[in-house]
Design a protein around this ligand. Sequence first.
Ligand SMILES: [Zn+2]
Length: 499
Amino acid sequence: MDIEELMGLAKRRGLFWPSAEIYGGASGIYDYGDVGALLKRRFESVWLSYFVDTGRDCYLIEGSTVLPEAPLVHSGHASRFNDTIVGCSKCKTFYRADVLLSDAGISISEGAGTAEMDKAIKEHRVKCPNCKSTQFMPAKAFNMMIELQLGPEKGDRGYLRPETAQSAYLNFFREFNVLRKTLPLGLAIIGKAYRNEISPRQGLFRMRELTQAELQLFFDPEHWVSELGDLGKRTVTVHLYGKKEKQRIALDELVEKHKIPAFYAWHMGFIDAFYREVIGVPEEKIMFLEKGGEEKAFYNKIHMDIEIDIDSWGGFREVGGLHYRGDYDLTQHGKGSKQEMAVLVNERKVVPHVLELSFGVDRNLWMLLDVFFKKDSDRSVLGIKPYLAPYHVAVFSLQKEADLDSAVERIYKKLRPGFKVFLDNSGSIGRRYARMDEIGTPFCVTVDYDTVKKGSKDHDTVTVRSRDDKKQTRVKIDDLGSFIAERIAFNPYEYFKFN
Ligand SMILES: [Zn+2]
């Protein structure tokens, strides 16, 4: 699928579209429709079960999306959370400098400075996409946080949080005390973050308001995962910083040959299993890309992007990250708040280190549509795992007729308490199947004449058609609930046995 096709599907099937669409939309902000909102919840709840419920000492918290200025000064965001922008001297349109260059076919490193950007723009005589002028103002840093005024006139300055992570760091001390004062301690947050992106136009891949699912693991660097055990044999694809090519390598080997700490490699395996086994992404479509030098975020000691091969973007794109942030965050907030962040564990005082597992929920949704939407000669199917499906089951009546309708109503009422059920009585059965296939509904239940015909051997049974193999099974109405429940259940322990 290309981008237009995917956006078309998203709009047609109730997934997502630009916010304020009736006013022409706004760039970088999106609304989710009924199907999209459900799909997002499913992804989030599977993520939560897998990363938090199976994790030892991991807890979900929720931080405010509005933060006062002080923590963001000390986290470094107020001074360093910048993009380099460049404005056209003639028409005054501003661009992200790296995007302006890459759109002109010039590659530049992600962390290039303003001088380097200016030089490249001049050298290649880059034209303003808007007015074709080649005269640009000097490139400059632009802070990407969205500023707020809290309270009336000249109130306090605040910001919409640029990442959910800060909420975890700000609450570490409180939670550490609440939770029996032991390390490791994981604090997870699923929530909104905000970035004032310059002219975003990459669908759910560059948004001004986005949802992150993040797990911050606080640990004592001298007492954490030191052995990989059986997990060490698992192979992952990784492109290490400074290497020409990506490689397929066992986690054990990453630790031994490439000096990746065991705790880090362990979590690479944990994440790889999430994408391959839980989500079902083919092995060759997942890789870790290590960032180094200027490309690495300033707070990270080890920084790997989690990338998935996404056809609509023409290759591998970042959907998450695994970041070893050291003690940067707690040390900074300790200084800024004058609160002691060192804690007493293992008979030592230690400022906990942080390993961050970070996922862009919106990007992952786009990925699900891109990777799992398949078109063949006779139909289009969103072949996601049944537990990720927005609607679990659809209920149809073969014909519009009073007897059948009342059976449909009975089934609908019966299934609704445990499942997300979609009723559809418009169009042919074929059209109704097609609509459900496109949004990944794993089961369609059809009520026919035999269902309501007393004395028929199929009385009180329905046809259940399964999405993937189109197989039709006759199931007793009384057994429908357990038939579906068994097939949509998600048990994270089946997928990861190393905790
Ligand atoms: Zn211009």
